[in-house]
Design a protein around this ligand. Structure first.
Ligand code: 9MR
Ligand code: ZN
Length: 472
């Protein structure tokens, strides 16, 4: 790619390295707030199935993409499943990570609505609804199309393989396939539809009702279904998002449906699954943390004091452990290994800190959260701001097809960050022997360290929105 003029791309381009400018609380807070819009706009720029016009998308405008009906894999049935966001640097649309992204954004809006304006410069801006909710609705409308009549939810819609790295969205014209129902996708779907219903109630009642019906329908399917893990069929190489354990997704769905309906049946199910599959994380494979978050901080106080007490004490204990690791680490961060998407794992743990701070306000939790965000913004061994288009240290060559096609990095995208597993050729060739925290390369070839994804941006939005309020 040619060199990039970030100024032209991002309304919030700061030139010199932002981390070094963050001297005062006022500056820090200004920065945190300024980042919400470009990071949020990434979702708009990832929209699929519709045309993006030049007025809103600039060099990333494109005609409607991926509009052809998709074949249900292994059958002669075709479905209309257009819409939703492209997942990442590829154009796949995967239900499991999509639901993580939706859950992050809805939790962020619930906790800090004032951080979200109606001014993201998207087509819905100025319609009186916070743009984050307009954006999430775009994804929900697609998710609804991914549900079968019996309530089961298809795992993903993609081609069988990835297109060339410089392919524009509309240039990926290979056959699209809808892949089998998985219980992880169905559980996540049921949960986020139940989370959405009360939030859209005052905006569009009919839509809110539709979400709740779809959620219940998915839950009914789960009730009678054994675990259905997903694996790519032979010959299919697009993202797998495989998850062998679905108890955390069932738990998340039960918690969210209890919150939306108040029915004791779902509360009993939440208790059962909490005991069966305890998980307090926020990864695409580990959704238990979202169940905890909606249960503790939803619109309804949990009527099972024992369950609420356990969630609360587990949350606080996990947050203390995160702080211990951060305080011990020379980098001030709580992750002890650098996996693919390490930036997301760090931000997921930051989310735990911020939720724990809601349960029991603590300077220790807030301080660790700030240190983690500073790491993302450039206080790391490579001095890289891991968000594209923010300052001169930002990644310029993300593994992201629209960016490679436009020869400019789409702004506002969080890259995966260091991955000590060296999972691609560029990483293997250029990074072997480096310390784990330096296993990152700003190369379009490095999909394991320099790709971007909706569910990495979404947790960043959560952290930015919460911090902007806490530090105001
Ligand atoms: O984020 C995913 C990471 O946790 C996995 O280790 C990796 C390999 O399976 O896949 C990542 O997800 C990619 C997905 O499979 C396809 N779209 C791009 C995603 C981000 O790299
Ligand atoms: Zn598309």
């Amino acid at each position: 790619m040619e060199s990039i003029t970030n100024e032209e791309l991002s309304p919030n381009y700061f030139g010199t390295h932002v981390f070094t400018q963050l001297q005062s609380n006022t500056q820090r807070n200004f920065m945190t707030q300024s980042l919400i819009k470009p990071v949020g706009r990434m979702f708009y720029l990832q929209r699929c199935g519709v045309a993006l016009d030049a007025a809103h998308a600039g060099v990333f405008s494109h005609p409607a993409c991926h509009t052809a009906p998709a074949r249900v894999f292994g059958s002669d049935t075709f479905l209309h499943v257009s819409g939703g966001w492209h997942d990442a640097g590829d154009y796949g649309r995967y239900v499991v990570p999509a639901c993580k992204a939706v859950a992050d954004l809805l939790l962020a809006f619930r906790a800090a609505p004032e951080a979200f304006g109606d001014d993201w410069d998207i087509p819905e801006s100025g319609n009186g609804v916070a743009d984050v909710l307009d954006e999430v609705r775009f994804e929900l409308e697609w998710l609804l199309k991914m549900q079968r009549d019996d309530g089961g939810v298809y795992h993903k819609v993609t081609c069988a393989y990835f297109p060339d790295i410089t392919a524009n969205p509309q240039e990926e014209t290979a056959d699209l396939f809808v892949f089998p129902v998985s219980t992880a996708a169905t559980g996540d779907f049921s949960a986020v539809m139940a989370m959405a219903a009360p939030l859209y109630e005052s905006i569009d009642r009919t839509f809110a009702k539709k979400c709740l019906r779809a959620s219940v329908n998915a839950y009914e399917f789960l009730k009678h279904s054994k675990p259905l893990p997903f694996h790519n069929p032979a010959g299919v190489v697009t993202g797998q998002y495989d998850d062998e354990t679905d108890t955390d997704e069932r738990y998340f769905a039960a918690c969210a449906l209890y919150q939306a309906t108040g029915q004791s049946y779902y509360l009993a199910n939440a208790t059962a699954h909490y005991q069966a599959g305890r998980s307090a994380d926020f990864g695409w494979a580990d959704m238990g943390g979202y169940g905890n978050a909606v249960m503790l901080f939803g619109q309804r106080a949990c009527e099972d004091d024992f369950l609420a007490g356990r969630i609360r004490s587990d949350l606080l204990a996990t947050a203390e452990q995160i702080c211990e690791r951060s305080e011990k680490s020379p980098l001030g961060i709580s992750i002890t290994e650098f996996l693919w998407g390490s930036n997301m794992y760090l931000l997921n743990q930051t989310m735990t800190l911020l939720l724990a701070n809601d349960a029991q306000p603590s300077e220790r939790f807030r301080k660790a959260a700030r240190t983690h965000l500073d790491y993302i913004l450039g206080n790391n061994p490579l001095g890289v701001n891991y968000i594209t288009g923010i300052d001169e240290s930002s990644p310029k060559y993300p593994h992201h097809r629209p960016s490679a096609a436009a020869r400019q990095a789409m702004p506002g995208m969080l890259v995966g960050g260091p991955d000590e597993g060296l999972h691609d050729l560029a990483a293997k060739t250029l990074l072997s022997g480096k310390p784990a925290a330096e296993c990152y390369i700003d190369s379009v070839e490095s999909y394991s360290t320099n790709e971007t994804a909706i569910y990495w941006n979404s947790v960043l939005i959560y952290v930015l929105a919460r911090m902007s309020k806490l530090e105001a």
